[in-house]
Design a protein around this ligand. Sequence first.
Ligand SMILES: [Zn+2]
Length: 384
Amino acid sequence: MRSNDVSRMSGRWVRRGREIILLPDADGLLGEMEEETGPIPATQQGVIHPAIDVHAQYALMRMSRGDPSARADAWGMLGAVKAGRLGIYKVDQQKPALRAKKLGSSWWTVIPAGEDAAVLMEPGGTEPPFIVFRDGVKGDAARLDPALRRAWSTFGMLGRCGPAPGRGGMMAEVLPGRVVPANLVPPMLCAGPPPKGPRGMPPCPIQDRTGLTDRGKRKSLKRTDFKALVLHQMGFSRGDNPARYDDVTAHYAITPNGTILQLHPDAAYLFASNRFNRFSVAVEFAGNFPNRKGSCWKPQKHGCHTVTPRQISAGRCLVRHLVAKLGITQVLAHRQSSAMRENDPGPDLWLNVGQWAVDNLGLSDGGPGYKIDDGKPIPPDWRK
Ligand SMILES: [Zn+2]
């Protein structure tokens, strides 16, 4: 952290060990994150956590003031640490140094050449992965922040990692067709069921409302062959009260504050995504979101909303979860199956969740120009 960066932050300074740390005040990060992404428990003092190195704390604060994607990453990393699923350390600290040794390496060689940060898995698969970064970039925001975000993206690919049965280690086999990121140590993605419990990758918090919704919407309950998830925008928002979304025809819905609701069982055939219905689960985001030109559909009646960072974070988590749970290999837009749904889910959701899953999880969107029936392909300007 350079001193000129510090001077722009508001808050109060405290000493912890040999480090000086900044507790953001109500007008600083905490206020902003409460507004943008929901409240952080006051007892956890925002970004301060024993499993987050202080330089990484600064990085998270910077990201939390960045664009929606950076804010989603900051929120995601913070949430993963607080859930016991991740630690973020400078590589020469004790915990990562011990892990590097366990991996047959050392703290000064474990981060691959050309990378400023890496994800260190734990050989036994019983401890959470660490994101580690080089001492040399700790004060260089221009290198540290992107390196942490790249590592976080790699962390997102670990949804199917777990202890390999009978092998006493976690690395079972490389998933076919997956590109292994250069910042993953050891450099292997593993197959197998996602591990259970607080130390592995738990599923996203998902509120089960399948017992409360209209069974008449379920045209069959026999589906087992899942290929895709389809992203949708509702075109309206009813706020954050889950009960107000019980009549939405989708398997999952994500409210503005990032709460994931499961409305119908995965096996249910719903009239949600036209001819994608047979092989897909539908994910609806609450909001009336603009097209590339900034216009919303009937804004006088439905308002005009912005995708929230918590919706992005929840959407990404749900995609990872569905990959692990159902083995889906495609992420699609409702637009691709219906001429009536031109801006569904819209450019912001597609870029931050759909395209993100293509780029980071190796999912397919059907390829350039892909559509069925009278649907339309993903426009190139939705991808950037
Ligand atoms: Zn739709």
